[in-house]
Design a protein around this ligand. Structure first.
Ligand SMILES: NC(=O)c1ccc[n+]([C@@H]2O[C@H](COP(=O)([O-])OP(=O)(O)OC[C@H]3O[C@@H](n4cnc5c(N)ncnc54)[C@H](O)[C@@H]3O)[C@@H](O)[C@H]2O)c1
Length: 362
């Protein structure tokens, strides 16, 4: 049984594609709207992959991509990919409501699947997909791109190596103007990024959430959500998500007992480690506390300039060829869906403190 850095285990069967396991994986990309062209570009550059086909139901979008990549076959029919023996895997970048039906069809046809975040629109759908992938010995990988972001990995190493000490709390803002989505709330659109990052950093799923939101522009689609998360370890987190903000913020503060970190994904110094903290010496007499505040050096570690999506798709191809569970595993994808469902349940119950459904057993 293999184990990845998340503490998740593969199903023990390994994921194999036959004897020719060093050959590039032939991937068809479905959904060529805003995000899908990035999948095509990165797969095109990736030595471990070949873009076997591109697919979109909208001929204009298909034509745009095919004018850029004339040698790649194109189709408007998803079903035609399922019958194509030259397609090993399907990468899906379609709207969230279509994820589960398209993934299920692909897995049933024996294709490995990469699907953009979130894995599915409900945890029932996600669980069914995990079962289908395991039964057919296929890779199912949700696209939690930030798990491959070099700053995020740097912070994960700082936490895992104990440099920050015990994590007291994490506070994060992911806000900008737009893009309003027609079919999902801001929690389903942007929440998967922060939830997957927190899961990766803390190696635990929150036990409880409370949430508050408002649909400011379209009343039934929340475009701002404030979420509080509690973890069994004692860590707490606050996540602010919004499509309504004058400037783009991607800013996270991590406060540990030893050091603190500010992660600003829009900065050219994205990670700054502060040797700051508070010492609480033993009180000299009962009730007397003399706190000492520490403000030491600020270090900005060197961060590799790699594109997260390129690294992520490489992990997908290696999972297919090598049998290792990808860092962005299906189990992690399911846990993220459960976290967002807990947010929705809290919102539906006037912001009540809501338990997150049990973790996937390791
Ligand atoms: N990882 C990231 O950072 C990131 C960023 C943006 C979007 N996304 C994800 O990518 C996915 C797509 O988002 P988007 O903003 O590109 O959406 P979009 O609406 O711009 O594009 C979706 C495309 O899918 C096509 N499509 C829908 N159903 C289809 C079908 N059955 N067969 C073929 N084509 C079909 C549509 O015609 C459209 O061109 C979402 O899951 C979203 O969450 C991920």
């Amino acid at each position: 049984m293999s184990q990845n850095g998340n503490g998740f285990h593969s199903n023990g069967n390994g994921f194999h594609r036959g004897s020719d396991s060093n050959a590039p994986v032939r991937v068809a990309v479905v959904g060529l709207g805003y995000w899908g062209p990035n999948l095509v570009r990165n797969l095109y550059e990736l030595p471990e992959a070949r873009v076997a086909a591109v697919c979109d139901a909208d001929t204009n979008r298909l034509d745009t991509i095919q004018s850029r990549y004339p040698a790649i076959p194109g189709t408007t029919s998803f079903d035609s990919l399922l019958e194509d023996p030259t397609v090993d895997a399907i990468a899906i970048a379609t709207p969230v409501s279509t994820h589960a039906p398209l993934c299920a069809k692909a897995l049933e046809a024996g294709k490995h699947v990469f699907v953009e975040k979130p894995l599915a629109a409900t945890s029932e759908e996600a669980e069914a997909l995990l079962a289908l992938a395991a039964a057919n010995d296929l890779v199912l990988m949700p696209g939690h791109t930030f798990l491959y972001s070099p700053p995020v990995v740097t912070i994960r190493d700082l936490i895992a190596n104990g440099v920050l000490g015990d994590i007291y709390f994490i506070s994060t803002s992911r806000v900008n103007l737009g893009l309003h989505q027609a079919d999902v709330s801001v929690a389903w659109d942007l929440g998967p990024h922060d939830f997957s990052i927190l899961r990766y950093w803390l190696e635990e799923t929150p036990s409880h959430v409370t949430a508050l939101s408002r649909g400011c522009v379209i009343p039934h689609i929340p475009d701002v959500t404030f979420i509080n998360l509690e973890f069994e370890s004692g860590a707490i987190a606050h996540v602010e998500l919004s499509w309504l903000s004058p400037s783009k913020l991607r800013r996270t503060t991590i406060v540990g007992s030893e050091k603190m970190v500010v992660y600003d994904d829009t900065s050219n110094e994205p990670v700054r480690v502060f040797d700051s903290g508070v010492n609480l010496p033993n009180p000299e007499s009962f009730g007397e506390y003399r706190l000492t505040y520490r403000t030491g050096d600020i270090v900005s570690p060197h961060i590799a300039a790699s594109e997260p999506l390129f690294l992520e798709l490489g992990d997908f191809c290696r999972a297919i060829n090598g049998g290792e569970t990808p860092r962005s595993s299906a189990e992690l994808g399911l846990e993220v869906v459960r976290m967002i469902e807990a947010v929705d349940a809290s919102l539906a119950d006037d912001g009540s403190r809501t338990e997150v459904a049990a973790n996937v057993p390791a």
